[in-house]
Design a protein around this ligand. Structure first.
Ligand SMILES: [Zn+2]
Length: 256
């Protein structure tokens, strides 16, 4: 869910070796264990949709990445930035291998809520959006901005491929007792999910109000920033990326 950093030297990077894993060739190739072939095809399709659409939405050349669909029993061997394995069931993006990889679990953790037909594709596109953003150097930003970008991009892919989101969005608690800017880690899984869901609502509302061009603007703005982005600068960058009236709109939103 969070952004991935990487301190691994380039010469140490390589594809992680998971015994018995096969490679499915696609726009985003998938390394998978044969037992999970069906899930792999499903993931491949979502990955291909997201990869194509994000390339178009952002009008950029796609970064070279691969995906791992990791069985529960192999989770500890999955590539990652830290030494300790991550909690099971949480997908993430890592630059600890070359090409950088999106790591998908066999089953999404039960912390992912709401559970609808949109949950898995939105999650895959969210991680893909992180991969696109981190395809170039990015300075540190407040967590909410990096996650907003991933949630809004994921919603934009859903719009492009006509994945209906109404049912999914209607099941989100719109008043979870926190706001996007007020959210501070470390937090429990439930609060993390509430935070992500607020960002999804905010992303959908922003797309409706300002159109998907806001994504190209904010991605490029973040790529061009060369100093640490503080809270004030983050609000400024996003407000400006939204377009005319963006800053006023942003501070008027209940999620924000
Ligand atoms: Zn994320």
């Amino acid at each position: 869910m969070g952004r991935a950093g990487s301190a691994v030297a380039a010469e140490e990077r390589r594809e992680a070796v998971l015994p018995g894993y096969e490679r499915l060739e696609a726009e985003v190739p998938v390394l998978y264990t044969p037992r999970l072939a069906r899930k792999t095809w499903e993931a491949r399709d979502y990955l291909a949709q997201g990869y194509r659409m994000l390339g178009q939405i952002l009008s950029v050349e796609q970064p070279r990445i691969i995906a791992y669909l990791v069985a529960d029993e192999d989770w500890k061997g999955a590539p990652r930035d830290n030494t300790r394995p991550y909690p099971p069931g949480l997908p993430y993006f890592t630059r600890s291998v070359e090409p950088p990889a999106l790591v998908l679990p066999e089953e999404l953790s039960t912390v992912f809520r709401p559970r609808t037909a949109a949950t898995l594709p939105l999650t895959v596109w969210h991680e893909l959006a992180h991969a696109f953003l981190l395809g170039r150097e990015v300075v540190k930003t407040p967590a909410w901005l990096g996650e907003f970008v991933a949630q809004a991009a994921s919603a934009a892919v859903a719009r492009r491929v006509d994945l209906p989101l109404e049912e999914h969005l209607s099941q989100i608690d719109t008043q979870p007792g926190l706001t996007v800017r007020g959210f501070r880690g470390p937090a429990g899984a439930e609060d993390q999910m509430s935070f992500q869901n607020l960002l999804l609502l905010l992303g959908v509302a922003a797309l409706q109000e300002f159109g998907e061009g806001l994504l190209q603007s904010i991605f490029h703005a973040l790529w061009e920033e060369d100093e640490l982005v503080d809270e004030e600068r983050a609000e400024e960058l996003l407000g400006d990326a939204l377009g005319q009236g963006g800053r006023e709109w942003l501070v008027s939103r209940p999620e924000f």
